[in-house]
Each structure stands twice: as C-alpha cells, then as structure tokens.
Write a protein that binds this ligand. Structure first.
Ligand SMILES: *[C@@H]1O[C@H](CO)[C@@H](O)[C@H](O)[C@H]1NC(C)=O
Ligand SMILES: *[C@@H]1O[C@H](CO)[C@@H](O)[C@H](O)[C@H]1NC(C)=O
Ligand SMILES: *[C@@H]1O[C@H](CO)[C@@H](O)[C@H](O)[C@H]1NC(C)=O
Ligand SMILES: *[C@@H]1O[C@H](CO)[C@@H](O)[C@H](O)[C@H]1NC(C)=O
Length: 783
C-alpha cells in the first residue's frame, strides 16, 4: 500500500514537472521583449546583467532598474539612465521601440527616464491600455503629444518633462478622467492651455513651467482637487488664473500676468506657496497674504505692488521665505518679518521702506512710479496729471479698507472657531454619499471591471458612504457594534440597509487635515479588492464644522463570518484537512502576491498573522489586515515619531527585500498550519524551526512527529515534505534566501497536486469538501 502510494507520488511528480509550466517565470515572450529593449537602448550599463537566463521578476530592485510582475506579466518597468546621456544612435527607431513595449500589455507603470530616447512619441502608446503612470522625463522626445494618449483611460500620471516636445497641448488630454498629475515642464510647448482643462476634475498637480505657453488660462476654479499649479517661465497672462480655494502651491513666476491680485486670495486657507514674482502686477499688496493660515513661502518680487506696510502687521509663524523686493512698497517692515531672522529669509530691497540702509529708494520714487504705471487696472487708467492727489487718496483708502475688512474677517473667524471649540469640538457637515466626495472613483466602471478580473468578487462596487448611513448601520456606533480598539482607531460591525454586514474602521485625525490630502490614500484603498483580501467597500469622511478639515475617516470593509484561520486549525473550531490547509495557504500567498504586484504602489510589510486571516463559508482565506498607508501615517502622526524613511512606498521603488518580510511572516503561518500548534512568540518560532529542520532530514514516521496529529495520516510524504521545505525557506534568517512569492505559490500548488493524485489513487474514502479549490488533475488553482 505504502509502496503503491510512493509510486503514485513519484509518477505525479513526474507528470507535474512535465506538464506544469514554471509559473514564477515570466512569460517567455515578455522576457524576449525585455532583451529587445536592451538592444534598442544600445546595451546601457544598467542592463548589462540581463541575458536569456535572467529571472526578471525576482531581481532585486534598484533606483535605476525595477521590474514588478503580477502573475506572469510585467506590470511595472522602471529604467533610469544618466542625466548626461546623449541621444541614442541614428539607427534608433522609437516606433519599433514602442512596438516592442506593446508586447508587455499589462504594464501599469512605464518609467523610462534619462535614456537618450529620441523621436516623436508614437500614437501606438495607446495600445498599452493598462497604463496608470508614464514617466519619460529627461529624454529627447520631440514633435507634439499624440492625441491618442487620451485613450489611455486608466492614466493617472503623465510626466514628459525635460524633453523637446513642441506644438499645442492637445485638447483631448482632458478626456483622461483619472489624470491626477501632469508634468510637461521644460519643453517647447506653445499656444494656450485648452479650455477643456476645466473638466479635469481629478487633476492634483499641473506643472507646465519653462515652455512658451501664452494667453489666459481656462477657468480652473472647478478643479477641486488641484493642489499644485506651476506655470513659471512662460508668456501667460494677463488675468490672474481663476482657481479653487484649496490650492496649496501656486507658482506664476516670470510670466505676463498683470492687474491686481484678486482680493479673495486672502481666503485661500490651504495656500502654502505663492510666487507671483517677475510679472506685471500692479495695485495694492494684500498684507493678509502674510497671515494666511498655511502660508510658508511668499514672493511678490519684481512687480509694481504699492501700499503702506506697518510694524504691527501679523504674519504666519511658519512663514520662512518672503521676497518683497523691487516693488513700490512704503512704510515700515512688519516686526514679525524682522524677528528671529535665523529661520526666515526676508528680502525687501528696492522699495521705498523707511529703513536706514541703501537698499531703498526715496519715497518720492515710489509715488511717481505708482502714478506712472497707473495704479488702477488698465481699463480705468486715467490721464496722468493734475489728479495725482485724488489718485493717491483713493489708493490709500483702498489699501486701508481692504486691510480693515481682512482684519475684521480674521477676528470674526477666530471668534467663531473658539466658540465652536468650546461648545462642540466636532460636528459634521452633512454630506450625502451620492454627491459628496468629488473624487472620481464611482463613475469609473472601467476600473471596477479591471479589478474584477483579478478575482471574481461577489461584493458591491466601491463607493463613498455618508455618515448617516454608517450611523444607521451601527445604531449610532453603539457598544454592541464595537469590535475592538487598536492604536489606530476603533473597529465596528455594522449592517447596511441592504442587509449586508460590514466592518467599519474609524481613524481619528487632529484638526487641519483637508480631505484632499487623503486622495491618494483613498485611491489606493479603493483598489484593495481581491478574492483573497478582506476587501474595501468604501469610505466616508466626517468633518470638523469650523474649518471643514477631516475629523474622522471611516473605511468600510467586507465582514467575513467564519472565524480566523487559527480557529480552524489549532483552536477548537472546524478542523481543516491537509488539502484544505494548503489551499488556504495558497489563498494567502495569492493575497500577498496581489498586495505586492497587483496594485500601484504595492503594499509591503503587512505584518501578517494567522489571526488576521479569515475564512469565508467556502473556506476561502482572506487577509484582513494589511499595511494601509493612511493608518500608518495616522499612527506616526499620533506617536510623533519623525522617522525619515517615510514615503518609500510612494516612490515606486521598494527598499531592498521589503517583499521578503511578508514571506517570513507567511512562513510562520505555514509553520502553524503544519504543526497545528498556536505560535505566539518569536522564541517558539525559532524552536519549532529547528525541530522542523531536524525532522525534515529524517524520514517517514519521525518526520511526522512535528505534524499536527489530526492531519498526520492524511498527507502523502512528498506533499508534506514540499510544504515543510518551503516553510523552512520562508523562515530563513537571510532575506535573500527566502523564496519569492511565485516560488512559494508554485511549491504549494505542487503539494496539492501530489497529494491529490496520491489520495485519488490510494484511498478514495476520504470525503472532505474541497473548497475553495476543487483540485482536478489539470492545473490546480491556476485561476
Ligand atoms: C547570464 O548572466 C549571469 C549573471 O548575470 C551569468 O551568471 C550567466 O552565466 C549568464 N548566462 C549566459 C547564458 O550568458
Ligand atoms: C520620474 O523620473 C524621474 C527621473 O528618474 C524621477 O526623479 C521622478 O521621481 C519620477 N517620477 C515619478 C512620479 O515616478
Ligand atoms: C531644460 O532642459 C535643458 C536641456 O535638457 C537644460 O539645459 C535646461 O537647463 C533645462 N531648463 C530648466 C529650466 O530646467
Ligand atoms: C497699526 O499701526 C498703525 C500705525 O502705526 C495704526 O494706524 C493702526 O491702527 C495699527 N493697527 C492695529 C491693528 O493695531
């Protein structure tokens, strides 16, 4: 009997080895494309290690070269050369180059920077229809931007800065409804910014500096997500752009803007950087700019701003750079700009201030200059001459009254906020889910269907919820719905109106966080939907009433009912069979694979624990707790630990071996799956690893002594050995010796195959319900 089993096992090994493709390998056509790319790029030194035997998907990422795979395809390709690289040789054809790139159809991130690429961007880039990020900075691309780019429906980031691109910015770009970052800095673009840009509602960063753009900008006041606008060094103007109130950085240096600054700038409460220097602005300087609640950098240099400054003016404490030089300002420098000059840079030369040094003009200079340019907007310009006195009178009056109005508003707001704080520190602005959050997630059916492809999810599509809905679901967050408290906030259980159960995580924030700061987190959370994750269903913001900043963020997740993996293995519950255990482990590793490579940016170091793996009624395992950046940042903010290593996830590059931390944690889970003993301490892991190490060398019965007695007789030797072996490799001290996700997956699938054929051939008595994977003879679980 045992002998027969062994033979069957060996036979199965043979069959599997012959038939099953090595899944951790990249599709060979894609590997071939990479080698062609190397040839196109003229064999640059960074690619010198690539050859026909390279394991592209598992190479260690560097800042210059990173490849990320998901399943058998490349999803991210980053190659970055040297800033000083000359254009590629004459024989280079960008058209053929892109033909090769289109053989990598699942690319989400294409980053080819400083590689000397030259030629016009080919229209066939639109065939890479999964692209979310294009970074082709610092090459020699010329010609115009093809309008076909607009058919890249998932595109979120387009960086073509530091090239030689010319022509107009195509109108069609505004069809990119998810476009959040557009950087075309330092090219030779001409013409105006298309009117249709006022529809790019997802736009967060718009950088068009150092081009030859001209004319007025379209109305950007509807772009409620726009935070960074950099238009420096163009010929834009004369009207100051119309912007949403929530911009953070506005850089208009060296353009042709004229007229006065709009008075409502004083209500841009998130504005941190304002640079309007070297334009043709005239009219009164708005002293309230110095005390904007967020302002840190202010430059108005090289214009003809007029008005009196007073010593008693107030400034924001965080203001660290102020350039008022080369204007027509008079009066005294405000005290708040003079004190603690160490931390602040304050420039004010070439005005008419009452300062005893040689940097200032006599006050008569400013007066005559002000008259010469005409202080009132050009349309109302009066003939210079006898009416000088009246004009000056008007000017002083206007400056004074604007200042007073500003001051009055400031105190009114102050008082208001103090009252709010005393009465009720937190209240919300009622926001209805249907029209609340401007972020464009919900209408994007294309994204949802893309996500669906990764695993048929029987869950509703991602959406935003209203606070009322969540209150109704949890009976006003009553105690009975409370599931737990962690350092990051609270967890509640709720039942939505449609009867479905959800888990609601609540994160608390200090005042001052604008909901737009969360855009990229929410964007990421909305992608966390996979068969093997406890998936995100939506989110909800609650606001402080006095400044509309975020007080709480609720993240709504699936609620999985059938207990944790541990409770089904080592604690009471229903005891999983050997096959069910490997199947659960396969689910977990697939979940990890998705977290690392299936979303952008990947989530690493997820602190995986067996108690955070849940099983649904079909015994499909789901990872419930992963490394949500919003949680992590929130925690950091609360602990106030100024770690300098933040943001590593954002850059698109992983620090070395980051993925191997999850592999180790997975090894610990596997150890518990095999041994059936709950593991709580690192020490126990070490002891059991040693035991495992010893038992694997011995054979037969001795090996099984470490195995959970419940499954000891169910598993075939080869299957058990394969799992033990991969478990030990996962637990290697040295991260580089731990296997890749694909390697683990392949081995586990192999263990299922071997076990199945052994069981099928030797004993057909066992009748365990084999979900989630009904292993057939063919490719088990290659879904
Ligand atoms: C491929 O490169 C690796 C090291 O980068 C080297 O060890 C191997 O021999 C090379 N294989 C071939 C076929 O050139
Ligand atoms: C684009 O590439 C440049 C040059 O390699 C790099 O500095 C920049 O951070 C990249 N941007 C993004 C968003 O990846
Ligand atoms: C623009 O690019 C050119 C060539 O790459 C470079 O010489 C120049 O310094 C860049 N200008 C700016 C403003 O970055
Ligand atoms: C600031 O000082 C000026 C004159 O020095 C005075 O007219 C003005 O009322 C003062 N403003 C405040 C708010 O104290």
């Amino acid at each position: 009997m045992a002998r027969e089993g062994l033979v069957a096992c060996l036979l199965a090994v043979f069959v599997v080895l012959v038939l099953v493709p090595h899944t951790q390998q990249l599709q060979s056509s894609q590997a071939w494309s990479l080698l062609r790319i190397k040839r196109f790029l003229n064999y640059p030194p960074i690619l010198s290690s690539w050859n026909t035997t390279t394991d592209f998907c598992n190479a260690d990422p560097t800042p210059f070269l990173t490849i990320v795979c998901y399943e058998e395809s490349i999803t991210q390709l980053h190659i970055s050369g040297d800033e000083s690289l000359a254009p590629l040789p004459r024989s280079f054809s960008i058209d053929s180059f892109f033909t090769t790139l289109t053989r990598l159809p699942n690319l989400k991130v294409l980053s080819l920077t400083s590689l000397g690429l030259w030629g016009p961007l080919p229209a066939k880039i639109s065939r890479l229809s999964s692209l979310e990020i294009i970074n082709m900075s610092s090459n020699y691309l010329y010609g115009s931007i093809p309008r076909e780019v607009s058919s890249l429906g998932h595109l979120q980031t387009l960086l073509l800065d530091h090239n030689m691109i010319s022509g107009q910015i195509p109108d069609a770009l505004s069809e990119l409804s998810l476009l959040a970052v557009l950087n075309l800095q330092n090219n030779t673009l001409t013409g105006t910014l298309p009117e249709s840009f006022s529809n790019l509602e997802s736009l967060r960063v718009l950088v068009l500096s150092s081009n030859s753009l001209s004319g007025n900008l379209p109305d950007l006041s509807g772009l409620s997500n726009l935070q960074v606008l950099n238009l420096e060094n163009n010929y834009l103007g004369p009207h100051f752009p119309s912007l949403g109130r929530k911009v953070v950085s506005v850089m208009l240096r060296k353009n042709r803007f004229g007229g006065g600054l709009p008075a409502d700038l004083s209500s841009y409460f998130l504005l941190e950087r304002l640079d309007v220097s070297f334009n043709k602005f005239v009219g009164p300087f708005l002293p309230s700019l110095l005390s904007l609640p967020s302002i840190r950098y202010l430059s108005i240099a090289g214009n003809r701003f007029t008005g009196m400054l007073f010593q008693n003016m107030t400034c924001n404490d965080d203001l660290h750079f102020v350039d008022l030089s080369s204007n027509l300002l008079s009066g005294n420098l405000p005290m708040c700009l003079i004190s603690d000059s160490k931390r602040k840079v304050v420039l004010y030369s070439s005005n008419c201030l009452e300062i005893k040094d040689y940097s200032q003009h006599p006050s008569s200079f400013c007066r005559t200059q002000a008259l010469a340019v005409g202080i009132l907007p050009p349309r109302e310009k009066r003939a210079p001459g006898g009416k000088a006195v009246i004009v000056i009178g008007t000017v002083v009056g206007v400056v004074g009254s604007i200042f007073l109005v500003g001051l009055a508003m400031f105190f009114a707001i102050r008082r208001g906020s103090i009252k709010w704080l005393m009465n009720k520190p937190r209240r919300r602005i009622v926001e209805h889910a249907s029209n609340g959050y401007p972020f464009k997630l919900l209408p994007d059916g294309r994204y949802i269907s893309q996500t669906m492809k990764y695993g048929a999810l029987g869950i509703p599509s991602y959406r935003s919820y209203s606070v009322e809905e969540l209150e109704a679901a949890t009976n006003n967050f009553e105690a009975a719905s409370f599931m737990g408290q962690s350092s990051h906030g609270q967890m509640y259980r709720g039942r939505l109106q449609d009867g479905s159960l959800v888990a609601i995580r609540s994160l608390n924030f200090k005042q001052g966080q604008n909901s737009h700061n969360f855009n990229h987190h929410i964007e990421l959370v909305s992608k966390l939907r996979h068969r093997h994750l406890v998936s995100a269903l939506g989110h909800c913001f609650e606001y402080y009433l006095d400044d509309s900043s975020v007080s709480r963020l609720f993240l709504v997740f699936e609620y999985v009912m059938t207990g944790t993996l541990r409770s089904n293995i080592s604690e009471g519950g229903q005891r999983l069979t050997w096959i069910q255990r490997i199947s659960a482990a396969i689910c977990v590793i697939k979940g990890i694979q998705f977290l690392h490579g299936g979303i952008m940016p990947g989530l690493f170091s997820n602190n995986l624990k067996i108690t955070n793996i849940y099983l649904d009624p079909n015994l499909v395992a789901k990872i419930s707790s992963y490394n949500l950046p919003v949680v992590e940042e929130n925690m950091k903010a609360m602990v106030q630990a100024g770690s300098s290593s933040s943001g590593s996830n954002e850059s698109g590059y992983r620090p070395k071996h980051l993925d191997k931390i999850d592999i180790y944690d997975f090894g610990v889970i596997l150890l518990e799956i095999v041994s059936g003993r709950p593991i709580a301490l690192t020490n126990e892991v070490n002891i059991m690893t040693e035991e495992l190490q010893e038992s694997i060398i011995t054979d037969g019965a001795a090996r099984r002594s470490i195995v959970d007695p419940f499954i000891r007789r169910q598993c075939c030797d080869e299957s058990l050995k394969t799992v033990m072996d991969i478990c030990l490799r996962c637990l290697s001290e040295e991260p580089t010796q731990r296997p890749s996700v694909e390697d683990v997956l392949w081995n586990l699938q192999f263990a299922v195959q071997v076990q199945e054929s052994w069981r099928g051939d030797s004993q057909s008595s066992e009748d365990s319900p084999l979900s989630p994977f009904q292993p057939s003879r063919s490719l088990v679980a290659f879904d």
